[in-house]
Design a binder for this molecule. Sequence first.
Ligand SMILES: [Zn+2]
Ligand SMILES: [Zn+2]
Length: 325
Amino acid sequence: VIDACFSGDYEISVKNGNIQLVNIVGFEDYLSCVTVSEMSAEAPKEYIKAQAIVARSWAACLLYDKHPDSDFDVCNDDDCQRYQGVTYSTSDSILACIECTGVYLLDANQNVVPGYYSKCCGGVSEQPEDCFGFSSMGLKSVVDGDLCLTPDNFERWMSLSEEESRQLNCGSNGINTNKYLGKVDETRDYFRWKHSESKSSLAQYLNDKADIENASLVNELVPLTRGRSGRIHQLKIIYSTKNGTTRNLVVQNQYEIRRLLHSSFLYSSAFSVEKIDDSFIFTGSGWGHGVGLCQIGACNLALQGKSAEDILKIYFPDATPEKCY
Ligand SMILES: [Zn+2]
Ligand SMILES: [Zn+2]
């Protein structure tokens, strides 16, 4: 059951036995809906403006490459940007978006910066080279706060004191941002989290998701490379097969790592792992790829009175928001 309201026009067709509904809306109307689908319309106005500007900049750079063989430009899920029509729009959220109509993040050469964002960086945002394999002027890793400590020593990074995590914008600074999350987000602590999986369930995920037929137990998870946010971008999985041989699988990106280690998705690939009996205990940091704007950190900054421009300067220090139409 889909319970959502849409503006604009529709095109309904049958594609491979499924009904395809395409909503035809103008670019600015689309962005206004993305903004309150990604986070709540209750979020502060300056947050909504910052979110609209990054969503617009992301779409300008990446939208037309996402679904080249389909008869729509952009899907409604996290693969592109979350879009739930006007379901959650309010007059305040619409006015906030109108205030920043046509504003893009531009780099020093006046090119649009792909405005990546994710729910929670975990304290340091990710370097695009490490995450996506390409660099982009205006996009780089930053510390999300005032802490003089980074994930270089990952174990230490995972055990920050209360005092240390309060110095990070997405850390536990006493403000509860859960009520500002999007309607489909689970409310929990994304800054630091724990998750466990048994050796056999991990093997089953390999069989189901990685085209491996006879994995019976995953025995070791060995991080090979980590990015600046602590996210693992190359992971060696050592598993045994049903006939007792030991094999390795090297997984190459954070998205695939998160997909293979959970029945749906692990929150992020920034984790340390510990084996207890027949299970792996993941202690993790952040939610999403971690590149660009940290939505929870940015929401906290807006709650503390920062303007959209101040917020964008923190996550995109080499870019400037400019009104282009
Ligand atoms: Zn998509
Ligand atoms: Zn953050």
